[in-house]
Design a protein around this ligand. Structure first.
Ligand code: CO
Length: 420
């Protein structure tokens, strides 16, 4: 799939027949592309080429995508590639699941090469029965599968002061969505027996950075997963193979990868990643700490920065919305820089704390347009404009930038990242 040309069809409130009719009467390039040039009703369109007579590739033990599909993660400009991140190509995705091979990455010391047979998970601290678990132990316990997005809290950090990145991959691509399979942390904590004084859990990764975060016990007893599966197979190494935490709706950094230790403690450990990093500096010089939740956010992925529309006519605006607090309730779209808004259609499935697709037919008149989307989640929280966000947060923090994104469509069809 490339540049929004996905085949996801049209939705419940817009039947395919009526959409195609509008495309056909639209007279734009898209209409011409679908319906072809005008001809008499009896004329048949030219037949596609005959099937090839050459034998295809033989069966294979592990599949790969077509050589014609070229969407890839792109790496941030960082001094080293082992303390770096890569962005998911949101502009090329269809549906709500991110292919595991395209899930964004964030590593602090590279991807460790871990033999699952030798990997262990230690659970200790303020517990009655500390344990060391193997992968086989974990796989014997009751399993759950949950579809959730993970968003790095640094997603969009370049976009606070100026529209910096050229495309949606680099402005918003630090979010991805997978089906995760594993054991509820509540099940494991039930097995070990948490002491009354145990109010936090310290989670430590097995990478060279020993990435470590403190999480409140209430969250750990609610929906946190110790996951070994992603999208129907084992986790990818860059996603934490063989074990990672999945902390639904909370900043990506808390989803500790290569998980090797959980220590129940009385108070947060004040690790590097929750003091010097992953805090939010405010205009008055104080910082917010433990800002875990990723608030509601949305972005139009087609058309978006770097696209060029071939001409005026009917298009389908498409995008993704999500909220760390639950389900997306609604998405509104503006084509005039926020002066007027229209309700977009949400494409099923609409899952809690997961990417949610939206779309809206749009007839482009060929003049300057300013495309925006605005998400409201099930709690009633409304995605802020950049001005509203900056009024509270200032311009000194990096994380939790969830402002409305603006794309300008110029009369020549070129789409660019702007602040509006
Ligand atoms: Co935070």
């Amino acid at each position: 799939m490339t540049n929004g040309a996905d085949d996801s069809g049209v939705g419940r409130r817009t039947s395919r027949r009526s959409f195609v009719r509008r495309l056909t009467v639209g007279g734009g390039a898209l209409a011409a592309g679908l319906a072809g040039p005008a001809r008499s009703p009896a004329a048949e369109p030219p037949a596609p080429a005959d099937p090839t007579r050459e034998l295809g590739h033989p069966v294979s033990p592990y599949g790969t995508r077509s050589r014609f599909e070229t969407a890839v993660r792109v790496q941030a400009r960082t001094p080293t590639s082992v303390a770096s991140w890569t962005f998911t190509p949101l502009q090329d995705s269809c549906g709500i699941i991110t292919p595991s091979a395209l899930h964004f990455e964030r590593h602090h010391a590279g991807v460790p090469d871990i033999d699952p047979a030798r990997h262990r998970l230690l659970i200790h601290g303020l517990v009655r029965r500390p344990v060391v678990l193997t992968l086989a132990d974990l796989e014997r316990l009751p399993a759950v599968s949950r579809t959730h997005m993970i968003e790095c809290s640094g997603n969009g950090l370049t976009e606070w002061a100026t529209p910096t990145m050229p495309d949606v991959q680099r402005t918003h691509g630090l979010t991805s969505c997978s089906e995760w399979t594993g054991v509820l942390l509540a099940t494991l904590l039930g097995e070990v027996g948490v002491e009354p004084a145990g109010l936090w859990v310290l989670a430590e990764g097995g990478d060279a950075a020993a990435m470590t975060r403190s999480l409140p016990i209430d969250k750990c007893l609610t929906d946190v997963l110790v996951a070994y599966g992603q999208n129907g197979e084992a986790l990818r190494p860059e996603q934490g193979y063989p074990l990672r935490l999945v902390v639904p709706g909370w900043e990506g950094n808390t989803h500790v990868k290569w998980l090797r230790r959980l220590k129940v403690v009385a108070a947060p450990a004040q690790t590097r990643e929750e003091t010097a990093k992953y805090t939010d500096l405010l205009p008055d010089g104080t910082a917010r700490q433990f800002t875990f939740v990723m608030e509601a956010k949305s972005v139009i992925t087609f058309p978006s920065g770097g696209h060029r529309l071939p001409g005026s006519g009917l298009y389908e605006l498409r995008g993704l919305a999500w909220s760390g607090r639950g389900a997306v309730r609604s998405v509104e779209v503006s084509t005039d820089g926020g002066r007027s808004w229209q309700a977009a259609e949400l494409q099923a499935p609409v899952l809690r704390i997961a990417h949610t697709r939206f779309r809206l037919p749009w007839r482009w008149d060929g003049r300057d347009a300013l495309l925006q989307s605005r998400c409201t989640d099930e709690t009633g929280y409304v995605q802020p404009t950049l001005a509203e966000l900056v009024a509270v947060r200032g311009l000194r923090s990096h994380y939790h930038q969830n402002a409305v994104q603006s794309w300008r469509v110029a009369p020549d069809g070129r789409v660019s990242n702007v602040h509006a």
